[in-house]
Design a protein around this ligand. Structure first.
Ligand code: ADP
Ligand code: MG
Length: 163
C-alpha cells in the first residue's frame, strides 16, 4: 500500500479511508492508537459525541488501544476493561473533548441496558469521546459510529482494521 509521510506519524490516518495495521506488540498497538487519534484534534466535529466502536475478540487489543488514547489525552488513571462496571468516565483537561467515556458491552444482554445507562444522552453530547468495546453486540446502536476491527493473530501479532 502507498504510504504518505505524515506529520502525525506512521501509519497515516489523514488521507486513507481504510487502513490495515499489523502490530507485533502492545506498544505497537498503542503507536497505532496515537497515530489514529492525532488527526482527530483537527476539525469541528459533527455536533454529537465522537463514538468509536472497538470490535474484536478477547485479548485482541481493544483495551490496550483505549489505554493509549487515554494516556494521550492526559488521563493519569490506570485504564482497565470496564467489563463489570460497564462504563467509566474520565474527565479531560484542555482537550478537544471534556470526557473520555470507556464502555464495555460484554456483559450486557440487550441494547435497552445501554439505553438505561443514558446512552442517548451521552451520545448526543459533542464534548464526549466514547470508545465502546464489544459494540458489535448491539449494531443497531452504532450504525453511525466509526468502527475499528481487532483480530488476534499468532503470539503477539494483532491486525487492526480502521474504517
Ligand atoms: P481486549 O480489550 O481486546 O480484550 P486487551 O487490550 O485487554 O484486549 O489485551 C490484549 C493483551 O494482549 C494485553 O495483555 C497485551 O499486552 C497483549 N498484547 C500482545 N501483543 C499485543 C499487540 N500486538 N497489540 C495489543 N495487545 C497485545
Ligand atoms: Mg477489553
Amino acid at each position: 500500500m502507498f504510504r504518505a509521510r505524515c506529520l502525525y506519524g506512521e501509519p497515516c490516518f489523514c488521507y486513507f479511508v481504510r487502513v490495515k495495521v499489523v502490530t507485533k506488540s502492545a506498544e505497537e498497538t498503542k503507536d497505532a492508537a496515537r497515530a489514529w487519534l492525532n488527526p482527530k484534534f483537527a476539525g469541528s466535529g459533527s455536533g454529537k459525541a465522537t463514538v468509536v466502536a472497538l470490535i474484536g475478540n478477547l485479548g485482541a487489543g481493544k483495551t490496550t488501544f483505549t489505554q493509549a488514547v487515554a494516556e494521550a489525552l492526559g488521563v493519569k488513571e490506570n485504564i482497565t476493561s470496564p467489563t463489570f462496571v460497564i462504563e467509566k468516565i474520565y474527565k479531560l483537561k484542555g482537550q478537544k473533548w471534556q470526557n473520555l467515556i470507556h464502555l464495555d458491552c460484554y456483559r450486557l444482554d440487550k441494547p435497552e441496558e445501554l439505553l438505561h445507562l443514558g446512552w442517548a444522552e451521552i451520545a448526543s453530547e459533542p464534548e464526549n469521546l466514547i470508545l465502546v468495546e464489544w459494540a458489535d453486540k448491539f449494531p443497531e446502536l452504532f450504525t453511525h459510529a466509526e468502527k475499528i476491527y481487532f483480530n488476534h493473530g499468532e503470539g503477539d501479532h494483532r491486525e487492526i482494521n480502521f474504517t
